[in-house]
Design a protein around this ligand. Structure first.
Ligand SMILES: Cc1cc2nc3c(=O)[nH]c(=O)nc-3n(C[C@H](O)[C@H](O)[C@H](O)COP(=O)(O)O)c2cc1C
Length: 162
């Protein structure tokens, strides 16, 4: 009886300690037709396989008040408008959190159609100007991600969790 109580207490304590040392990673994405979503799932898989506690979120779930509850964040958005971030749900949120990104470990990813990735270059520049620490090369893909893009997204998730 006392032995069991002791073991239970010890297990709870260890679970609590383990949760504290696991890195908390958020994968925040917007996707209209599923291409960026497929990358988001691969990033999340990579971060989980590296031992992180992962939350997959929409842009409506993140703001400057809760951003610091994550150790690292991957942001995904396809090229929209004319080489822009999606302007209703993504750009306003990214603008609001921009000043909280200084020193934050982040990663960027997204799909594009007919362009050559200018939206991502601009997004990276915004993140760097805000002082964010880009954990790895951003992953972009033309329309639906192929196996290479999915593998790169998974690696990015692993890097983010490390
Ligand atoms: C309104 C709209 C604007 C777009 N603007 C661009 C663009 O400027 N450059 C580009 O390369 N692709 C553009 N695309 C193509 C998308 O980025 C592409 O289809 C992408 O795979 C969509 O990703 P998703 O499935 O995650 O929504 C646009 C698509 C839409 C619907």
């Amino acid at each position: 009886m006392y032995g069991l109580t002791w073991v239970t207490l010890l297990n709870n304590r260890m679970a609590g300690e383990w949760r504290k040392i696991m890195s908390k990673v958020a994968v925040v994405f917007w996707s209209q037709t599923g291409n960026t979503e497929a990358l988001a799932n691969a990033v999340a898989d990579g971060a989980k396989s590296a031992g992180a506690e992962v939350s997959v979120l929409g842009f409506g779930d993140i703001n400057s008040s809760n951003i610091d509850s994550y150790d690292a964040i991957a942001f995904g958005c396809p090229a929209m408008g004319a080489e822009q971030l999606e302007e209703t749900e993504v750009d306003p949120v990214f603008t609001e959190i921009e000043s909280s990104l200084s020193g934050k470990k982040i990663a960027l990813f997204g799909s594009y159609g007919w362009g050559s990735g200018e939206w991502m270059e601009e997004w990276e520049n915004r993140a760097k100007t805000a002082g964010a620490n880009l954990a790895g090369a951003s992953v972009i893909c033309n329309e639906a991600p192929d196996d290479d893009a999915l593998a790169n997204a998974k690696k990015l998730g692993e890097t983010l969790a490390a």
